[in-house]
Design a protein around this ligand. Structure first.
Ligand code: GLU
Ligand code: ZN
Length: 467
């Protein structure tokens, strides 16, 4: 049997960590068994749907490399299919038209609540034979069985049973002729031959209704797996309305796709004690059975931890350099010198968790620092430094091969000559090269900054040591 899974986001919000994790699991499951992964955009909620969200969803999946084999299908373009099936169900008696007014429905609802009963449609129109109503103000309801139970084996949660009596006669077509969410989803799953429905736990109550509809159509029931929710620190579900919980917000912050994927995978799934998974490994090892039953809490520290790992272990290739470049553009730094960019990543990645952090810390490579903290100058620069750093300036000026080794040799020689520690020479250089007293090796930094610019900054040092 060919495995066919799908990701079916509604285009009513940004793609956030929780839905992305569901998408990843659904994709991995298909990949694991050489199956087919289908992308379907559920956009029948015209009021809340927005093409902006569709763009966000597609862009996110593309960025993370979650490619789809079929689609994207848009439900708004498949209305004919739902209509056809609603007519079929009316014809075979699996559904019926309900002409009850809103007022009447409100009234029975209120009465039921007063009696302490669970509100439910009273099925008044279910057994009406004649169609004496001529107006078109009706909804179509599914004839849910009134007896027995509906049961399914959830791949994560095990056996789940609902009593049919608890399930309402679901509206499958609204008064305006639009089919409802549950109906579209089920008709699509059927039409697309979905074998495994892997989706959020928030849909668990829809599943028995959907199974009943499938049964009424004599259709095969897919296998279900309901993935638990991802919650924030306050135990609230993540909001897909907030741009800040969008996955692309993490891209803006300079997270790597490898760490996002690894984090999502591990957020609710395990394989022994193994922490790190490259994409190919995920595809080989993924299974539904070891998905967590309980909800998972979003933990940015853990995500940063993964990001640090990948930032420090991935090769600094063109992809990474280009990604770094894009982050620099955002700070209005335009640098095409790829060798330089590579060296900057190399020396900073041990100290940074994201590319954005590297951008913030490496500004001094691209332009001279305007402001140097007086306190640092007073702490590390002494009167007699003018003469010492003049010697350094001249020696550097004469240096034929500008590289970090030669710069370091020079610093060592001068320290011996003037009986100073290496730190006593490096610190003033560091302050004037980087604007801080904390940076990677100063000789490498000066090498990357280049001879001309380094000398210019030492001139400033000489100027200050006069004061
Ligand atoms: N469109 C639904 C959602 O975004 C998912 C439906 C499904 O997976 O069945 O929550
Ligand atoms: Zn009715």
């Amino acid at each position: 049997m060919e495995i066919r899974t799908r990701f079916a986001p509604s285009s009513t919000g940004y793609l956030h960590i929780g839905s992305m994790r569901t998408a990843l699991y659904s994709w991995l499951f298909a990949k694991r068994f050489n199956g087919t992964f289908i992308l379907r955009i559920e956009d029948t909620d015209i009021k809340r749907s927005n093409p902006l969200f569709v763009k966000n969803i597609l862009k996110t999946l593309k960025w993370l490399g979650i490619d789809w084999d079929e689609g994207p299908y848009f439900q708004s373009k498949r209305l004919f299919l739902y209509k056809k099936n609603i007519n079929k169900m009316l014809k075979i008696g699996a559904a019926y038209k309900c002409y009850c007014s809103m007022n009447r429905l409100k009234k029975i609802r209120l009465l039921q609540i007063l009696k302490g009963e669970k509100p439910r449609y009273d099925q008044k129109c279910r057994n009406m034979f004649s169609n004496k109503y001529i107006n078109n103000d009706y909804v179509v309801r599914f004839k849910n069985p009134n007896h027995g139970t509906v049961m399914f084996h959830d791949q994560i949660r095990g056996k789940i049973i609902f009593n049919n009596i608890e399930l309402d006669d679901l509206i499958i077509q609204r008064q305006n002729g639009m089919p409802t969410y549950n109906f579209c989803a089920i008709i699509d799953d059927l039409d697309m031959n979905i074998t495994h429905v892997i989706r959020g736990e928030d849909h668990i109550n829809n599943t028995p209704r959907q199974i009943n509809i499938l049964k009424s159509l004599n259709a095969k029931i897919p296998t279900y797996a309901h993935v638990s929710m991802v919650v924030d620190n306050n135990k609230n579900n993540l909001s897909k309305r907030k741009n800040s919980s969008s996955i692309l917000a993490y891209k803006k912050e300079g997270f790597l796709k490898e760490s996002i994927l690894n984090y999502l995978l591990k957020l609710g799934w395990s394989y022994g004690n193994k922490e790190f998974f490259y994409l190919e490994e995920m595809k080989k090892l993924f299974s539904l059975q070891t998905i967590n039953k309980s909800s998972s809490t979003l933990n940015i520290k853990k995500l940063l931890w993964f990001n640090y790992h990948y930032l420090n272990t991935l090769p600094i290739n063109n992809d990474l350099i280009n990604y770094f470049k894009k982050h620099l553009y955002k700070s209005k730094i335009f640098c095409e010198d790829e060798v330089k960019l590579k060296r900057i990543i190399e020396i900073f990645r041990k100290r940074c968790k994201t590319l954005k952090e590297i951008v913030l810390k490496s500004q001094f490579f691209f332009y001279d620092i305007k402001y140097i903290d007086k306190k640092l100058i007073n702490k590390y620069l002494f009167i007699n430094y003018k003469s010492i750093f003049t010697v350094i300036y001249n020696k550097l000026f004469d240096m034929k091969y500008w590289n970090d080794k030669n710069i370091m040799i020079l610093i060592k020689t001068i320290s011996l000559q003037f009986q100073l520690s290496i730190q006593q020479i490096c610190m003033p250089l560091r302050i004037f090269m980087t604007g801080t007293n904390n940076s990677p090796s100063i000789s490498i930094i000066m090498d990357i900054i280049g001879k001309k610019e380094s000398l210019k900054r030492i001139k400033k040092l000489l100027y200050y040591s006069d004061k």
